[in-house]
Design a protein around this ligand. Structure first.
Ligand code: NAP
Ligand code: G4F
Length: 346
């Protein structure tokens, strides 16, 4: 039987790498988009041992003609659009670039499918950041969006485009409203990876304390491996729709630090207030965390907590990782990484 063809943009990102592995295991022929770089940037795909199983195509995401040529050549059954300027803080200083990649590129892909009358199914990586500082306790598919950063605005506009194209042109266009999901493969600038790699470094390599911003923001954190399965389920349901993917629990950065410390035998004590707060290990007096105003945002999203009822009920999605297991995975994988001959940096 002919293999189904998947085209993944952002294939070398956290989600792209996990999804590529997931789809290969489902016997898909996997094609991925890479943009030019002065280094190979395939470390996540290398870590998952799948480099030789993927066909790579080279282009910037916002090059309409290149993307159209690739899509017309490989005729994908499914496109997962995971590429994006994904760092919220960066978007405050680079809003126009963020809009170009996160919004205009989505419009381009929807137009390529429409103009060429393709049957290709399309998945868009929407985000819980679209809710902003919501006054609703549990955010679901009907909660109003109040985006609080250029990143969130670009993603909200792209989300509306997907909903609009689905209604207007009846294509299989769907959108996953994913809450924060993490893993050992997370980019080093994101707070969870900064904390787990930073603490492991302090213990095992005597590195400097970690410099962080707001410790009191709360996020609904899940495991990236579970979330790519949710994307797959959306794309294999009989009709296209939008789904919240979340755990339904919310934890602060401070709570994340405490749990990560517990897996390393550290006893964290927080002392001081605001920019003068520090965190140290009670047993050794070693400084673990310093607050640095550089990591505070122009506008913070204080609390996110998602309601995954719809995807659980309709698509029978069931995450395998809870918060504690996620933190343990990140800490243990980094210790293994330090002890292995081949070191991975993401
Ligand atoms: P990530 O690790 O930052 O990966 C982003 C990917 O996009 C990378 O492969 C990156 O390539 C690619 N990319 C960026 N700009 C590009 C361009 N101009 N042309 C081509 N490729 C480009 O992000 P992630 O965590 O996997 O997230 C995947 C998607 O889901 C993103 O769109 C993100 O905004 C969204 N999302 C993520 C979360 C989460 O918690 N992880 C939650 C909700 C939504 P390079 O390696 O070359 O930079
Ligand atoms: O890890 P973060 O940078 O993730 P953020 O901003 O929630 O965005 C991530 O999740 C979104 C889904 O909700 C995605 F759409 C997006 O692409 C990305 O994957 O920051 C989490 C929280 C923030 O409140 C931030 O202010 O951690 C706080 N924080 C405190 N100190 C820090 C730091 N964040 C970072 N990155 N670095 C710090 O030093």
């Amino acid at each position: 039987m002919k293999k189904k063809v998947a085209f993944i943009t952002g294939i070398n990102g956290q989600d792209g790498a996990y999804l590529a592995k997931f789809l290969l295991d489902k016997n898909y022929s996997v094609h991925g988009l890479l943009r030019r770089s002065s280094n190979s940037k395939l470390s996540r795909i290398d870590y998952l041992n799948i480099i030789n199983k993927i066909t790579f195509h080279s282009s910037e995401l916002n090059e309409f003609k290149n993307i159209e040529d690739i899509i017309k050549k490989i005729k994908p059954d499914v496109i997962y659009n995971l590429a994006g300027q994904s760092f919220v803080q960066y978007s405050f200083n680079n809003p126009s670039y963020t809009f170009d990649i996160n919004l205009h590129s989505v419009l381009n892909m929807l137009e390529i499918i429409r103009r060429n009358k393709l049957d290709t199914k399309f998945y868009q990586a929407s985000t819980s950041e679209m809710y902003g500082n919501s006054n609703v306790d549990l955010q679901n598919e009907n909660t109003i969006f109040q985006p609080a950063s250029p990143y969130a605005i670009s993603k909200t506009a792209a989300h509306h485009l997907v909903v609009n194209y689905r209604a207007n042109y009846k294509g299989f266009f769907c959108s996953g409203i994913l809450f924060n999901h993490e893993s050992f493969l997370r980019g080093i600038e994101f707070v969870t990876k900064k904390i787990t790699d930073g603490l492991v470094g302090i213990i095992h390599e005597n590195t400097k304390p970690i410099r962080l911003g707001n410790l009191d923001a709360k996020r609904d954190w899940g495991f990236a491996g579970d979330y790519v399965e949710a994307m797959y389920l959306m794309m294999h349901y009989k009709k296209p729709d939008d789904y919240v993917v979340a755990t339904g629990q919310t934890k602060s950065i401070r709570e994340f630090i405490i749990i990560a410390c517990s897996y390393l035998g550290l006893c964290p004590v927080f002392e001081g207030e605001g920019l003068n707060e520090i965190c140290y290990d009670k047993k050794t007096n070693k400084k673990l965390i310093i607050i640095d105003k550089k990591y505070f945002r122009a506008q913070e999203v204080h609390r996110l907590k998602g309601d995954p009822s719809k995807i659980k009920k309709t698509l029978k999605w069931k995450p395998k990782y809870n918060f504690e297991k996620l933190v343990e995975h990140m800490v243990k994988s980094q210790i293994d990484n330090l002890n292995s001959k081949k070191k991975f940096i993401f």
